[in-house]
Design a protein around this ligand. Structure first.
Ligand SMILES: Nc1ncnc2c1ncn2[C@@H]1O[C@H](COP(=O)(O)OP(=O)(O)OP(=O)(O)O)[C@@H](O)[C@H]1O
Length: 272
């Protein structure tokens, strides 16, 4: 009998993490979630269920009110000491309008005082990865929304992250562009052996991308269900029209309905 391969290490370890904002809003009641290295995990759920709050806490942009949150066994602030780096990609590309694509992508390296020659070489690699080498000198306003998002992703990749956190990165794009970027993201994830946590409202995007989907409900935000999407990678566009895809999408849709109903009922209880 061949030995079972060892499981990858736990990249994100969230235990009993709660978040209450200073105005008293309970954004998350205790949440437990473990993400292993190399997983592609999607957070899905109705508006206000705390997806962004959870992602920002993983990134160290927000402090949990209580509980423990570790990345590769250590505090977020000590991530680099363990040889890991994270990047956070926001919904809006937030590019400097006066600066070229190249300069925009170089920003995190300039902030980290990486020598110019090395930084320029890494920017060129990142732009090649997202297919924008020819647009290095362009200004953001001359690019389409999808291309601007690619610039934002290149800026995330230029620091050579092992953990990529993405908060609805393609939510504002048309469907065709979104599908293309989803497919490109999967390719990058495999090529670079990234661990990805991805926030979306889209059931289709969740099924296409994820190895695991975490369903959340709101008021207070919490994790209600998890789904493994045990389908092989690479995932081709044909996967999206397969019966297996519909089966996963249906299970997620039912779960999302339950999560939304839980949210509405909690609101009604609060009003009563
Ligand atoms: N800075 C803040 N101060 C107070 N309350 C906040 C703050 N940010 C978010 N909230 C509240 O916390 C809850 C969770 O918000 P969050 O943005 O994390 O949810 P979400 O699931 O990402 O929502 P959406 O899908 O609409 O982006 C919501 O009730 C929201 O109004």
């Amino acid at each position: 009998m061949s030995p079972t391969p060892a499981e990858p290490p736990v990249a994100i370890d969230i235990r009993q993490v709660r978040k209450t904002y200073p105005n008293g809003t309970v954004a998350l009641q205790p949440v437990d979630l473990q993400v292993r290295e190399g997983e592609f995990v999607t957070l899905l759920g109705p508006s206000g269920c705390g997806k962004s709050t959870l992602l920002k806490m993983v990134a160290g942009l927000l402090e949990p009110t209580s509980g423990s949150l570790k990345l590769w066994g250590d505090d977020v602030a000590r991530l680099e000491a363990s040889g890991h780096r994270l990047s956070f990609v926001f919904q809006a590309p937030t590019l400097m309008p006066w600066a070229s694509v190249h300069t925009n992508v170089r920003l995190p390296l300039d902030l980290a005082r990486v020598p110019r020659a090395e930084a320029d070489a890494r920017v060129a690699d990142a732009l090649a990865l997202v297919g924008l080498s020819k647009f290095a000198k362009a200004l953001p306003r001359s690019l389409s929304g999808g291309m601007q998002m690619r610039v934002s992703i290149a800026r995330g990749l230029v620091v050579e992250p092992t953990l990529l956190l993405m908060d609805e990165p393609f939510g504002a794009l048309d469907e065709i562009t979104r599908h293309k970027l989803d497919a490109d993201l999967l390719e990058l994830w495999q090529k670079k052996n990234l661990t990805v946590v991805f926030v979306t409202h889209s059931i289709h995007e969740s099924v296409f991308l994820s190895s695991r989907v975490v369903m959340m409900a709101a008021r207070p935000g919490r994790i209600v269900e998890e789904f493994h999407i045990d389908e092989p990678y690479p995932r081709r566009p044909e996967f999206m029209v397969s019966t297996d895809f519909s089966h996963h999408a249906k299970r997620l849709q039912d779960s999302l309905h339950r999560a939304s109903r839980d949210t509405t009922e909690t609101n009604e209880e609060v009003r009563a």
